[in-house]
Design a protein around this ligand. Structure first.
Ligand SMILES: NC(=O)c1ccc[n+]([C@@H]2O[C@H](COP(=O)([O-])OP(=O)(O)OC[C@H]3O[C@@H](n4cnc5c(N)ncnc54)[C@H](OP(=O)(O)O)[C@@H]3O)[C@@H](O)[C@H]2O)c1
Length: 327
């Protein structure tokens, strides 16, 4: 496993981290047994960066993480998120001081720690990103010692640009993958100037870039790839990265034609992200420990400079017109 510097914090984080949404909910049934095996495999493979949220399983994911925080002999970095426990029309209220502090208090309990390494605001609406007060509240939580640092997770680049203008954030989390290439155009350079870490989520476009999904795949009722395909529950950009499934599958077929024999599509998809040096950590999610192992091994694979132009042209032919300006 290779490690990268995280902002100016002196942290060396594994370039492949672990997304822990799957051990909360929304991905079919991942049992307690499998959740623990996923985390153990991640530790065994040298992963030391774990992304979760207070909403994933309403705390279930955080509680599993508390077990490895307690048992791990090495330092591990756990980042959780806040703001989304208030739903519907009151959504932006989740970023006012009172609920924020209450949310943090529950996360501290769930994670079993006195201070959280990094808390990300969980996709706040753009008005919240523009509001100086939002960040003043985060600073207050730092002063109280409840959190050590804060960052932001965003749906759209516009929100990320607002947040890096006004705040002292240490990280931006966004969707970045072969089907979502826009952040690399100008945003990464802006973030780098300010030494802001980039956390790349949805690296496999919800599994579409794993290469095993077909038009006939049936997703369980409690899998967002079943119920959020039109964005009914949350931003559709987090389900298959907002790509139309049929078009995405056509692009996947084209990608399969260009990958060398010794690589699988999931490996190429993760390596493609790691080729961008501004990215600090990629956080693929997994529903079993074998996926964790395969994804972690990508750190050691050779670079794929020669494939970059071909991948770009497949993106431009099949995907760009539908997603590039939306997010
Ligand atoms: N708003 C936010 O802040 C936000 C939103 C979304 C996600 N996230 C974070 O980002 C993390 C990752 O994003 P994501 O979970 O949305 O999507 P992702 O990492 O692109 O896709 C994960 C899914 O891909 C499949 N997969 C994993 N490894 C594979 C492999 N080697 N080969 C084939 N398929 C594989 C698995 O599902 P199947 O095997 O069932 O296909 C897995 O559940 C999440 O866990 C979460 O921590 C944050």
């Amino acid at each position: 496993m290779k490690y990268r510097e995280f902002s100016n914090l002196g942290w060396k984080v594994s370039e492949i981290g672990l997304g822990c949404w799957q051990i909360g909910w929304c991905w079919g049934d991942v049992s307690d047994f499998d959740a623990r095996k996923i985390l153990q495999k991640a530790l065994d493979k040298g992963i030391n960066f774990f992304d979760t949220s207070d909403t994933y399983g309403d705390g279930r994911s955080e509680k599993f993480l508390s077990e490895i925080i307690k048992s791990s002999s090495e330092k591990i970095y756990v980042t959780t998120k806040l703001g989304r426990r208030i739903r519907g029309t009151k959504y932006s209220k989740g970023y006012k001081h009172e609920p924020m502090e209450e949310f943090i208090d529950r996360s501290l309990l769930n994670l079993g720690v006195d201070q959280i390494d990094l808390v990300q605001m969980h996709c706040p609406p753009i008005e919240v990103c523009r509001n100086k007060e939002t960040y003043e509240k985060m600073e207050e939580l730092i002063k109280k010692g409840k959190i050590a640092n804060y960052g932001i997770s965003v749906y759209n680049l516009a929100e990320a640009y607002e947040a890096i203008k006004l705040s002292n954030i240490k990280s931006v989390q966004l969707v970045f993958n072969i089907f979502r290439q826009k952040p690399s155009e100008t945003f990464f350079a802006e973030a780098k100037k300010k030494n802001i870490a980039i956390i790349a989520r949805g690296p496999l476009a919800s599994g579409l870039l794993g290469g095993e999904i077909s038009e006939n795949t049936k997703f369980p009722e409690n899998d967002h790839r079943n119920y959020n395909i039109h964005g009914k529950s949350f931003d559709v950009g987090d389900t298959f990265s907002g790509v139309n499934l049929k078009k995405g599958l056509c692009a996947v077929e084209e990608l399969k034609k260009i990958i060398p024999k010794n690589f699988s599509l999931s490996e190429i998809a993760l390596k493609w992200i790691l080729m961008h040096k501004e990215v600090t950590v990629v956080i693929p999610g997994a529903i079993n420990h074998s996926q964790v192992e395969k994804n972690a091994n990508v750190s050691e694979l050779s670079e794929i400079f020669y494939l970059m132009p071909k991948i770009k042209s497949i993106y431009e032919k099949f995907i760009k017109s539908d997603v590039h300006e939306k997010w």
